[in-house]
Structures are given as C-alpha cells and as structure tokens.
Ligand binder design. Structure first.
Ligand SMILES: [Zn+2]
Length: 309
C-alpha cells in the first residue's frame, strides 16, 4: 500500500479536473467558476476523513479518495447482493422481505459487505492507514481509468469519481455563497442548498453531453444518478448514527438523500431503481432497519426504503 496510495493531491488542477470529468459538457462553465472563486486547496491528515470548505477554499483529508473508493465499491457489492433479489421480488410478486429470508447465501455475502464497510470506517478514522489491510476483493485504487482493463471495474471507478465530484461541487457552492455573502442564516438551509445545487449542476445539461455523442439521454442520466446514489451512501456512512435524525448543522440524512433522488425523470422500469433499491437495502440491513413492504416495483421500493432511513 505504501507505494500505491490513492491519496488527495496538492495541485488545484487535480480537483478541477475531477469536477470537469463529472460534467464534461459544462467544462467552460466549471473553469469559469473555478477561476472566478479561485479556491485554495489544503490537504490535511486528520483522524476524520473530511472534505470541507472555508472562505479560503477546500480542505481535503489525504485519505478521502481512498475512503470514497472503499464506500463506492462496497455500494457496488450491494447491487450484486440485493439487485437480483429486488428484480425477482418485483417480477414474482413475492415481498422483498420474504425473498431476502429465503436466500441461503445472503448471510455470507452480507458479512463481506459489512467487513468492507468497516474497513472504510477504519480508514476514515485513522491517521496511519498503512497497517489497515485492504479488503481482498476490492480492487486497489487506480488513478488512471485508461489503465483499467475490466469494464465493470472501470464503470465503478467512474462512479467513485462522480461521488467524489458531487462532494466537490457541494463544497464549491459553500465557497460561492461565502464569497458572495449569500449564506442563509440557518446552516441547515445552506447545506441543503449546496446538495441541490451540486445535484442540479451534474444533471441539468445531460442532453448536451448525450446528443453530440449519440448517446441515449436516459442512459447518461442513469449513470449520473447512480453516482448520486453512491454519494447518498457516502453521506449515510460518513454521518455518525446519532446524527442521522438531523443536527443544528444538517437536516436528517433521509431529507438529504431524498433531495439527491427526487425529481428524476428516469422511468419506472429503468435499471436505476433496481440499483437504488439495492443500495438502500444495504443501508437498512447494515443498521438493522426493519422493512416488510408488500410486493412493489423497484422504484416504489426505493421510495419506500427512503422513508425508513
Ligand atoms: Zn456542506
């Protein structure tokens, strides 16, 4: 691990390029905003993996990319574990709780999911991560997606970048509000404004990305929205359990995650809803949140589970 650490970089361009990679159709706008507000980038090594904004710029804990990587790849495991079960439930009409109860391999796979998530937390809370073993079935972080042969690995790499990008856009908007003296009095309102701004920035001009590349609009929106689901998982995991119901600084995790999901135009039958339900089931089961809804579509299930978070 000592030679291949995927750590936060000092150079400002590194972070600018991550933001551009999340919404290439808005590169000129992103460069313009970056130039206008010109945030400094300060790398720190603390015992809490953070990415925060100050009037000067971004403060980024050195471990943040690795922690995001671990959470995103663990989130991908949720799709592998629960995705087929969500699909089976909606096709067969068997309630999801019953489908889960009947799966004899679930316990073993969930053990693995929790072990990987525990490693993410150990990374998050440590100043010296070199002694923490990397989970054997999660690929080591790569800094260059073009060096990755495996298509699924490359796809998950993109999702990790997009989850990191979402946080960068969120923090960047704090800087915009601070520099323009437009911060709401209620810090919770400001946090929500930053979440919504980041989400809208990443999805509002998807058609400008899709059309010239002859890509399907919904497919691009789906990919960006999957990044938002994994950003939601990161918020869920990075927020201590006692703060999930909300604090003086943040609305509840449920409200924040709902803001990331709501208003999407993705159709009911879209694979996105299977993905979202699978990740939400992972969140619920890792925190022993009980659910037993009647049979429903993957979209209805995702909306149901969101209310329980
Ligand atoms: Zn914030």
């Amino acid at each position: 691990m000592t030679t291949s650490r995927f750590t936060a970089k000092e150079g400002r361009d590194y972070w600018l390029n991550i933001m551009i990679s999340c919404a290439p159709e808005r590169e000129d706008e992103i460069r313009g905003l970056w130039h206008k507000y010109s945030p400094a980038v300060e790398i720190e090594n603390s015992n809490a993996s953070r990415l925060t904004a100050s009037p000067k710029g971004l403060r980024i804990d050195i471990k943040t990319p690795e922690v995001y990587w671990l959470i995103v790849f663990t989130g991908w495991k949720a799709l592998e574990i629960y995705g087929p079960l969500v699909a089976y439930s909606s096709i067969s009409g068997m309630p999801i709780a019953e489908v889960l109860a009947r799966d004899s391999e679930l316990q073993c796979m969930e053990h693995d999911y929790r072990a990987c998530m525990r490693t993410a937390h150990e990374y998050k809370n440590s100043r010296d991560v070199n002694s923490i073993p990397w989970p054997p079935d999660i690929p080591k972080p790569s800094e260059n997606r073009f060096m990755i042969d495996d298509a699924q690995y490359r796809f998950t790499f993109d999702l990790a970048c997009s989850a990191l990008g979402f946080t960068l856009f969120h923090e960047f908007y704090h800087i915009v509000l601070l520099s323009e003296g437009r911060c709401p009095n209620d810090i919770r309102e400001e946090e929500m404004l930053c979440d919504v701004w980041a989400r809208n920035f990443l999805t509002a001009k998807v058609s400008e990305y899709a059309a010239p590349r002859q890509l399907d609009f919904n497919q691009v929106l789906e990919r960006r929205s999957m990044g938002a689901v994994l950003s939601a998982l990161i918020i869920f995991e990075m927020t201590p359990s006692w703060a999930h119901g909300g604090t003086k600084e943040y609305f509840s995790v449920r409200d924040r995650i709902t803001a990331l999901f709501s208003n999407t135009s993705l159709p009911t039958g879209c694979h996105f809803w299977n993905f979202a339900s699978a990740v939400l089931i992972g969140m619920c089961r890792s925190k022993s949140i009980q659910f037993a809804p009647p049979p429903m579509t993957a979209k209805a299930l995702a909306e149901h589970l969101l209310q329980l978070i």
